[in-house]
Write a protein that binds this ligand. Sequence first.
Ligand code: GDP
Ligand code: IMO
Ligand code: MG
Length: 422
Amino acid sequence: MANTILIGAQWGDEGKGKIIDVLTGKADIVVRSQGGNNAGHTVIHRGVKYVLHLIPSGILRRGKICVIGNGVVIDPIALVAEIDGLRNLGITIGGNLLISDCAHLVLPYHRLIDEQRELRQGRARIGTTKRGIGPAYGDKAARTGLRMSDLMQPIVFSKKLQAKVIENNKILQALGAKPISFREANESYLKAGESLRPFVRNTVVYLHRALERGKEILFEGAQGTFLDIDHGTYPYVTSSNTTAGGACTGTGVPPHRMDRVVGVMKAYTTRVGEGALPTEDQPLTERLHSLGREFGATTGRKRRCGWFDAVATHYATMINGIDELAITNLDGLDDVDPIRICVAYRLNGKRLDVPPCDATQLANCEPVYEEVSGWKRSTHSVRKFAQLPSTARKYIKYISNLTGAKPSIISVGPARGQTIIL
Ligand code: GDP
Ligand code: IMO
Ligand code: MG
């Protein structure tokens, strides 16, 4: 396998964890480059369901090295809990996990400010995961963040944290929230830091040496293209570059070392949190929820569901340079007939082929649909493309034509084996 960037081509939760797990077999190293524990990547491994938040999904497989890159924001307490949780389930975590010393930290005031901002915004809220992601990346951009390297130097860390707690307590009080205790935060973070110390190092140098030795790297994207801070449906986005470029800046691996980009998309569309979802459809949402599907892996919130949006995914193909598509959850449409596909938006009487930049305009876009026949048959046990019902094959070919990228993986169930490789 070549060095591969895997990204979500919609609004997150496309099934990246499942596809990473499929591709990990051929990779040596799996790297996270952005996001934090707002992510929830589901992998079914040996019949057990795991949800990974900060640790790359490759950790479940023996002999794979997992790296948390410099572009990730790390909540050390959450990371220690995730490591302990996996160890309790029998997963080995030792020399197979590396953490960048340049990664920024999520601190308790980030979580509280995230929560308070959401509360105060009321109906204009973003619907964040309340994990402190926005405020942590805010501090990074403002050059006032604390990093893993600080946490590795207790005296330096405590001094910096104290100044930050004083500053942020003023903000918290102004927002009407309780201030935090420096002593408690300092103690719990230093304790977590000691647990993480064996994993922390310069991951850029590690990755470059691995590339020199011919190792193959899989870059595990978190969130999805339309949650990207630059290209997403701003302000209803997360605070990192979720698109392919983020894999370079978030790891220190240069663009010319990347060989291919795999875009993961569901056969329909989902979104969790606020912001426009042009193809949202209540009956489809209810149908999927009634099957026990589409509940958030991190927050348990109900995901909003809609028809496949070729305007959005075509744009995602452009931004990310998607070479190959992994289409997941095809089985979610097994009983749906007819199936709608959004081929354009209409805004103020004009037809649009790309999503508008402005959030209000996007919210006012009406989808232009085409209808195709469903297959009304279970696809769960299909393992070869030719064995799919002809209407399902047509559907895949149609969405790949509209999107402008070749399908290389079709997923018909959550387990590793429920996969068709083209
Ligand atoms: P991620 O954040 O992109 O890794 O996606 P999530 O894990 O948050 O959500 C995807 C959900 O779909 C998880 O519950 C997966 O187990 C499940 N899943 C992935 N691919 C398939 C598929 O092809 N069929 C079905 N039925 N479930 C799938
Ligand atoms: P994975 O990696 C789906 C959404 C939140 C909210 C917005 C901002 O599992 O695909 P944040 O907490 O990041 O400030 O929230 O982004 N969001 C996700 N939606 N999947 C995710 O991750 C998400 N991570 C954040 O719901 O709308
Ligand atoms: Mg998810």
